[in-house]
Ligand binder design. Structure first.
Ligand code: C2E
Ligand code: MG
Ligand code: MG
Ligand code: MG
Length: 284
């Protein structure tokens, strides 16, 4: 009790900082409850190819707080990572994603549909991650090559050889890998070329100013060329308008995700929205 009181007893003179700290403490308590009370949910943002055919979706976590409304992942995922909650939350996301994937893959026209799931560095590092995912794949009966794990460059910083070993163990299960937010981290190309990646995701910061910043145009063109030469799928994220899409297309980009194509949606709305889009995916 003394310890708990002591911990919470710091008073800052800046009322804004004080409020932020109190909000974080409340959020932590609430987040623990959110997991057990099923306030967490997943949304799906569509991904398209150059023929505007639906190829899959990225799974994005949402927290519907009873009083504060929708809390964005940028706010609670760092907290979940700090408090070790991300392991169980991440596993819940994976399981929910696998169950949805199996359902969707059984729909006519959706047989090739893929789901990409964000994996945080501590979740990836967890010693049980490979065996947990193996169990999930068996339990849910998904086709593992339809599951894409999105990792970031910060995952790789932990020491490249242990990461490669783990990625290869996961690759042996059949799952695929995407490097998210590519170009914003601190990993080197010599590290990256050693990883068994399938996809690079061009970070949205490069896409944002594509039509106005000549440097971003060079960066994007370079990422596309490099990725394709390495045999990787290159997908642009954060595509918000037609001019960004046109620029990307002109530079040879073949895969797209962003508000211009579609916002993240709950499963039911997603299925309804893309019902017809999917019908010609693999029939054409
Ligand atoms: P991310 O993986 O890079 O996901 C893309 C983010 O960009 C999503 O934000 C998405 O809603 C947003 N976005 C998509 N299209 C556009 C666009 O055209 N313009 C703009 N401005 N934004 C766009 P969201 O859902 O808020 O997620 C933020 C980050 O939180 C994600 O970035 C990811 O790092 C993390 N995250 C989300 N779900 C999970 C999860 O289940 N597990 C883990 N570990 N992290 C997650
Ligand atoms: Mg992502
Ligand atoms: Mg990203
Ligand atoms: Mg991000």
């Amino acid at each position: 009790r003394a310890k708990a009181a002591g911990k919470n007893c710091f008073k800052f003179y800046d009322p804004q900082i004080q409020r932020d700290i109190e909000r974080r403490i409340t959020l932590e308590t609430d987040l623990r409850r959110a997991v057990s009370e099923q306030q967490l949910t997943i949304f799906f943002q569509p991904q398209f190819d150059q023929d505007k055919r639906l190829t899959g979706a990225e799974v994005l976590l949402r927290w519907e707080h009873s009083e504060q409304g929708m809390i964005p992942p940028s706010e609670f995922i760092p907290l979940a990572e700090e408090k070790g909650l991300i392991i169980s939350i991440g596993l819940w996301v994976l399981k929910s994603a696998c169950l949805q994937l199996r359902t969707w893959n059984m729909k006519p026209g959706w047989e090739q549909f893929q789901l990409s799931v964000n994996i945080s560095p501590c979740q990836f590092r967890d010693k049980d991650f490979v065996s947990d995912l193996r169990e999930l794949i068996i339990e849910t009966g998904i086709l593992p090559h339809h599951l894409v794990l999105e990792i970031t460059e910060s995952t790789v910083l932990e020491g490249v050889s242990s990461i490669i070993e783990k990625m290869n163990a996961l690759k042996a299960l059949g799952v695929r890998f995407s490097m998210d937010d590519f170009g914003t981290g601190y990993s080197s190309l010599s590290q990256l070329k050693q990883l068994p990646l399938n996809e690079l995701k061009i970070d949205q910061s490069f896409v944002r100013e594509l039509a106005i910043d000549a440097n971003d145009e060079v960066i994007v063109r370079t990422i596309i060329a490099m990725g394709q030469n390495l045999g990787l799928t290159v997908i642009a994220e954060g595509v918000e308008n037609a001019s960004q899409y046109d620029k990307l297309l002109a530079q040879g980009c073949k895969h797209f995700q962003g508000y211009w194509f579609g916002r993240p949606l709950p499963a039911e709305a997603f299925e309804h929205m893309y019902q017809s889009a999917s019908e010609y995916i693999h029939n054409s």
